[in-house]
Design a protein. Structure first.
Length: 254
């Protein structure tokens, strides 16, 4: 008969919330000295003069939670548990007007706005509102296993469909659905200074949600667009678009 004694000690437990407003989405520009610009340069077709501006007023609300535990299982080794969670919500409160010296489309000011509707959706929805990671590091003598299970809530971008699609150029949400991602590493201490480990980031080779084939990718293929070969997955995926990464490594400590 096997008896295992378990002792749990709560080492750290923290919770925090936050809310702040920021001005963001500055236009990245090349600084130009007007005193050194000649009329001939202004007449060049590729000449562009830009400046930094605060384009958007945003509000961010959120909360953080962290906890850690040490579990001593006696003859079965020790397990260090950790849990981290974050809630984060972004909201665009307003879009600042263009500087007076710049062209403004009087008929439809949205066409010359600093930030368009695609950028607004990206600022508000391209990062997960909820992230959480549960981790466990087990160690017994020379052996260790480190495992992390991470959760990412749904994100999405707004894109324009091709003109030859069933939606005929209308906007469409391009989502990356909520997902759990597993990271795992197992190691052995070969000598006092040498440790060998094998592991995987995204152990189960999970890929993000594909762009709509019917509304985006098939019309691109029919039209012979080069975009077809490079936009299978949305680039806003919080865990990348390359699937699993597997490795073997050796670490020597002097």
């Amino acid at each position: 008969m096997l008896f295992v004694s378990v002792r749990i000690v709560i080492e750290k437990l923290t919770f925090g919330s936050y809310q702040h407003q920021i001005r963001t989405s500055r236009i990245a520009v090349k600084k130009v000295s007007l005193e050194k610009i000649y009329i001939s340069e202004l007449m060049e077709p590729n000449f562009v003069f830009r400046r930094f501006v605060n384009g958007v007023k945003m509000e961010t609300k959120g909360a953080d939670f962290t906890a850690s535990y040490n579990m001593d299982t006696g003859s079965a080794g020790t397990i260090d548990w950790s849990f981290v969670a974050n809630y984060n919500a972004n909201k665009v409160l307003g879009i600042n007007p263009l500087p007076g010296a710049l062209y403004v489309n009087k008929a439809d000011p949205r066409r010359s706005a600093l930030i368009n509707r695609y950028s607004v959706v990206q600022l508000e929805n391209s990062t997960p509102k909820v992230r959480a990671t549960l981790g466990a590091f087990w160690k017994l003598d020379r052996f260790s296993i480190n495992i992390r299970e991470s959760y990412y809530s749904r994100v999405y971008a707004l894109e324009t469909t091709p003109g030859n699609s069933p939606l005929k150029g209308a906007d469409i949400q391009v989502p990356v659905n909520a997902a759990f991602i597993t990271d795992l590493e197992a190691g052995i201490q070969v000598s006092p200074g040498l440790k060998v480990a094998a592991g995987a980031n995204n152990l189960f080779d999970h890929y993000p949600t594909e762009r709509s084939y019917t509304n985006i990718r098939q019309p691109q293929l029919v039209a012979g667009s080069r975009s077809f070969s490079s936009n299978l997955y949305p680039t806003i995926s919080p865990y990348g678009i390359n699937g699993g990464f597997y490795y073997v490594k050796a670490t020597y400590t002097f």
